[in-house]
Design a protein around this ligand. Sequence first.
Ligand SMILES: Nc1ncnc2c1ncn2[C@@H]1O[C@H](COP(=O)(O)OP(=O)(O)OP(=O)(O)O)[C@@H](O)[C@H]1O
Length: 386
Amino acid sequence: MVTTPHGSGEIELRNVVKRFGGTLAVNDVSLTIPHGSYCCLLGPSGCGKTTILRMIAGHETPTSGEIRIGGQNVVGLPPVRRGTALMFQSYALFPHLTVRDNVAFNLKMRGLAKEERYAKVDRMLEIVHMSAFADRVPAQLSGGQQQRVALARALITNPRVLLLDEPLSALDEFLRLRMRSELKRLQSDLGITFIHVTHTQPEAIALADLVVVMNQGIIEQAASARDVYARPRSPYVARFLGGQNVLCGRVLGTDGDFVLLEGYRGARYRMPLQGRQVRPGETAWCSIRRDQIGLHRAGAGEPASENAVRATVEAVEYQGTFVKVTLADASEEEFIVHEPEAAFFASPVSRGDHAIAYWSAEHVHPLEPDRAAGGAARQPYAEAAE
Ligand SMILES: Nc1ncnc2c1ncn2[C@@H]1O[C@H](COP(=O)(O)OP(=O)(O)OP(=O)(O)O)[C@@H](O)[C@H]1O
């Protein structure tokens, strides 16, 4: 660790709105990011992630709402007085300066004497494993090395919050995985708050203590990696995080702790009620993990009356430890089964084969409707519900 950062790096957004002319980029977002946590803002292009990052950094001003860092409202404060540092996607290194001078640049701007500057820079270059490259210029470095320099340059000002905009997107697959673990190591060594913008689900899952899933300027879910993956809040989150099949149906009624739904082509689904109130006729959503679905081969007879659908195999992809079987005609949307390798090869199926997909009601996860207006959750049963 170089020096102790100043103050708490807890970030709090309170009802933050950002408009660019007619575009509502951030729509009434409230969020608390605990001090010292690794937070990933995850979502597709245009959902408002970068705008949130830039507002925290002080490069954009919210149209309304408050941004607090360590309890202090920072709206109106210039970037240098916020205790944040922003690392750009492009790294933005000065091409004519050496690694050492690139990293020292901000300290020079702050008037630190040369000796003190270089002492701090050399310690920082050790932390990012770049001491051996101190006298090179950026053109003499690989993409991963340039990124380490950009990181060192951001961290040298001793921020309480490091803001990273798609930091791994310019790297090839091998380097991306390596730098991913480097970022995690740095964050836990330094103990400061990292906020990392990404549109890549595995990156967010691997890194974050807090994953914030965004859609059209709104937060769909903010929770631990395990929660957003295994317990998505809405159809949008389930689809975006992947690994799930999303089903939708019309509520027929309840049966003890379960809800009965009528779905695609009259299929019956049973899902846990989990304390929620449902009304007959309304549309309800649920998800089932791809690895919690069984597959009966052709000739297996009629599907069971609930949580089983007849389908046709559309594609088979070998994935090493499991086989990904894509089914057609199982539901309104993509329906995928991950079958363990041994089970699949004990009785393989191929494209065009008939099969029955089935699952247990205990593995059905109820979903809330999407928050974003006109979100991904279509309502095919809305008319029937009236
Ligand atoms: N300076 C600007 N002027 C006008 N519109 C803007 C400006 N910056 C962002 N927007 C708009 O605001 C919305 C959110 O943009 P933002 O860059 O925050 O999205 P993002 O989720 O970070 O996307 P990406 O992953 O592509 O960077 C988009 O519709 C974008 O076009």
